[in-house]
Write a protein of this length. Structure first.
Lengths: 162, 293
């Protein structure tokens, strides 16, 4: 009845081929099949935004997509950004401005904001708040996240995007 | 929080999808953007035996202007594409204005217009807009198709005119007549959440300034997009004044909607919202009609 389906997907520049049950969520595929656990799973029904990844460049919620839907597509997860020694400018700004406490929601914020900042190099506070409206954070009260985004925009304008 | 097992097909042509649907009917579900379907499958409120994924069917995409100045929108056009489209901004400013109210950017990157229309959530913005704009939907089945007016498409809570073997394939929107203005507003507890109430209004004027046509459609104050026909009739035929608008919207809020209370808003509060938003929306649409060519 529920035959496994083959899929080939590019994640962070690497190609992976697997056979999965159709009901496997894309978020679980990324975490359990590929082992990229930077993508976090919060609510699992498309509300909290922690599982946000880029699907063909666009931020989407991976917990309300099926792995089989990614066949032939290009994904990016938070692991595609910086390394502990060389953070992406947005990650560095989150660090500097205290844009996180527990860090659970952070990958979703980052994957939402990286493409958004490319389109909005000089965001206003209202625009930033609108951009992060689909991501929940229970620690920061958002003030420091907004500050981090503003800081990142300034730095990326000075230095260009890494 | 994981879907129950199901079988999955991702056909690459419409005839193939229609054949699958004809064979499996009620046991299957069509997967468009999945932004409502996958959550309810995660909760196991929906447990289809088969998912027919429409995302690989190129014929269901496409957003074009028609020769008469209207629009043809493929059912699988993403909400984010509508939001960014210059053609939508020019030819259906009501849709352009409303897109930012629909959920969040990540949702709009996947969500489709056809999926939202066929899902028929009473809190959905796109159903209300298509009713307000008198859009028509093409419903296809193996070997045939029919056009249905948006207003006849919505039949009840999450219930539409779609037969089990039909797919909503495209949306047709006629051009707005001259001297016509549109507006939308809604109230949600947080931006992007489901609205507690909302209203779309379309107002058309005669060359002498009298109201020629009016359409008021309310969001999430009934099982379907709620069309206030009597209120519209109270506006048509005369010059619009604040008093006249207020009286018509008062009538709509008192007699032409059927809100259900919930934990966040009583029925009376939603009725109040419908009145306040309705009045504001009609006034904005009227002002835009006066300024329109």
């Amino acid at each position: 009845m529920t035959h496994k389906k083959p899929l080939t997907v590019t994640i962070n520049g690497e190609s992976y081929t697997r056979e999965v049950e159709p009901r496997l969520l894309l978020s679980d595929f990324i975490r359990h099949e590929i082992g990229l656990t930077g993508t976090h799973v919060g609510c699992e029904h498309g509300v909290c935004g922690a599982c946000t990844i880029r699907f063909d460049g666009d931020p989407v919620r991976s917990c309300i997509m099926l792995a089989v839907q990614a066949d032939g597509h290009v994904l990016e997860t938070v692991e595609s950004l910086g390394t502990p020694d060389r953070l992406h400018p947005l990650q560095a700004a989150f660090h500097e401005a205290h844009g996180l406490q527990c860090g659970f929601c952070t990958p979703g914020f980052l994957m939402t904001l990286v493409p958004w900042l490319a389109d909005h190099p000089e965001p206003t506070e209202a625009e930033i708040r609108e951009a992060i409206s689909g991501n929940l954070c229970r620690c920061t009260g958002y003030q420091h996240i907004v500050e981090a985004v503003r800081l990142a925009a300034e730095k990326m304008k000075q230095n260009g995007i890494d | 929080m994981k879907p129950a097992p199901f079988d999955y097909h991702a056909p690459e042509s419409l005839p193939e999808a229609l054949a699958l649907l004809e064979e499996h009917g009620f046991d299957s579900k069509l997967l468009a953007g999945g932004q409502s379907l996958i959550p309810v499958m995660n909760f196991r409120l929906a447990q289809p035996a088969l998912l027919i994924d429409l995302n690989r069917i190129a014929a269901l995409g496409g957003l074009e202007g028609t020769a008469d100045g209207g629009l043809r929108i493929g059912a699988m056009v993403r909400q984010a594409a509508l939001e960014r489209s210059a053609l939508i901004r020019e030819r259906a400013p009501l849709i352009h204005e409303t897109m930012p109210f629909i959920a969040h950017p990540q949702i709009r990157n996947r969500g489709t217009i056809g999926g939202s229309l066929a899902h028929a959530d009473p809190a959905g913005e796109l159903p209300v807009l298509t009713v307000a704009l008198e859009a028509r939907f093409r419903l296809e089945r193996s070997g045939g198709s029919r056009l249905v007016d948006a207003v006849d498409f919505y039949q009840g809570l999450f219930t539409t005119a779609l037969e089990p073997e039909e797919i909503l394939t495209e949306i047709h929107i006629s051009p707005l007549p001259p001297a016509t203005g549109c507006a939308f507003s809604e109230q949600a507890r947080r931006h992007g959440d489901y609205a507690q109430a909302g209203c779309a209004a379309v107002i058309g004027l005669h060359p002498d300034g009298r109201c020629r046509a009016a359409r008021l459609v309310f969001l999430n104050v009934g099982d379907i997009p709620m069309v206030a026909r009597e209120a519209a009739a109270m506006l048509v035929g005369d010059h619009l004044t604040s008093e006249r608008i207020e009286a018509a919207v008062r009538h709509a809020a008192d007699h032409e909607i059927a809100p259900n209370g919930d934990v966040h808003a009583t029925a009376a509060y939603k009725q109040h919202l419908a009145f306040v938003l309705g009045k504001r929306t009609v006034q904005t649409a009227f002002a835009r009609a006066q300024a329109a060519p």
